[in-house]
Design a protein around this ligand. Structure first.
Ligand code: ZN
Ligand code: ZN
Length: 287
């Protein structure tokens, strides 16, 4: 079943592009790796011993006598698929269609007895696996931070919220990468979630008309405190001027009072002979 799931998920990938796929031992089997290779998709994954169909590797006991970092590998000469068994604290089996044990390099591992880090021989395939599966662990721990608190007896509702959560976290990771490239300071995950929520509620929507079924998150008193998300501020949909009480203009580069406010953003902005903050606020990316 694990293999079917993988084949189903890759069916929309273009063939022959040398995509590399990483998976844990729930999915791996020799057959799966072979089938993927035929489609031009490369694979690295941990694998359970009983799925290796008679591939004879050194037993765990023998490896443990050789000590940490001991390894053994076999190549299926028909398909050029490699299986590597590596002994760290216990054995781990990895299967791959594009990388094997070589080149072996040292990695730092924690030694419980000596209570310090020691260098251990490590095959290339394990290093590659650890490097790329790290992303899955990161996603797991980040989604755990913002787990939905909604309790429901219907399991699929939980699945739905979990999916949304995962999408938001992944988007935030991309946003963070983007900020790094532009050398901007990154947004916090919780702020990012708030921005997404605000934007979805307000962007390209007319003011004063809540979207059907949307929670009443944004009471007018709350909006007054908060600035609209940048996607809302620049969406150019119905930012109409409105007359109100006299208050400070909320354009950060301005220090005048104004009785004009934007009906959608619900903040005061000035418009007079010298300045046009109403326009600037809704057109300039940086204020
Ligand atoms: Zn506005
Ligand atoms: Zn102003």
């Amino acid at each position: 079943m694990g293999g079917d799931v993988v084949m189903n998920m890759v069916k929309n990938l273009e063939e022959g592009k040398n995509y590399k796929l990483f998976a844990d031992n729930l999915f791996s089997s020799l057959n799966l790796v072979k089938q993927l290779k035929e489609k031009g998709i490369m694979y690295v994954g941990t694998v359970r011993e009983n799925r290796l169909k008679g591939c004879k590797l050194k037993r765990e006991k023998a490896l443990s006598k050789e000590g940490r970092g001991a390894m053994d590998s076999k190549v299926d000469t028909d398909s050029n698929i490699t299986v590597v068994r590596w002994y760290d604290n216990k054995k781990v089996d990895v299967i791959s269609s594009f990388i094997g044990a070589e080149p072996v390099a040292n990695v730092n591992r924690w030694d419980k007895k000596a209570k310090k880090k020691v260098e251990v021989h490590c095959p290339a395939v394990i290093r590659t696996y650890n490097k790329h599966m790290g992303g899955v662990d990161l996603l797991d721990s980040l989604t755990a931070l913002s787990k939905s608190k909604i309790k429901t007896r219907r399991w699929y509702i939980y699945l739905f919220y979990h999916t949304i959560n995962m999408i938001v976290v992944t988007s935030w990771l991309m946003c963070r990468r983007h900020c790094k490239l532009l050398q901007q300071s990154p947004v916090k995950l919780s702020d990012f979630q708030q921005l997404v929520a605000d934007s979805l509620l307000m962007v390209e929507r007319l003011p004063g008309r809540p979207a059907a079924g949307s929670p009443r998150l944004l009471q007018s008193s709350q909006i007054q405190e908060r600035r609209p998300a940048i996607d809302v501020r620049l969406d150019r949909v119905d930012h109409m001027p409105m007359h109100g009480t006299r208050q400070w203009c909320k354009n950060p580069s301005c220090c005048q009072k104004s009785s004009l406010l934007c009906a959608k953003c619900n903040i005061h902005l000035c418009l007079n002979k010298e300045r046009n903050c109403l326009r600037d606020y809704h057109t300039k990316k940086t204020l």
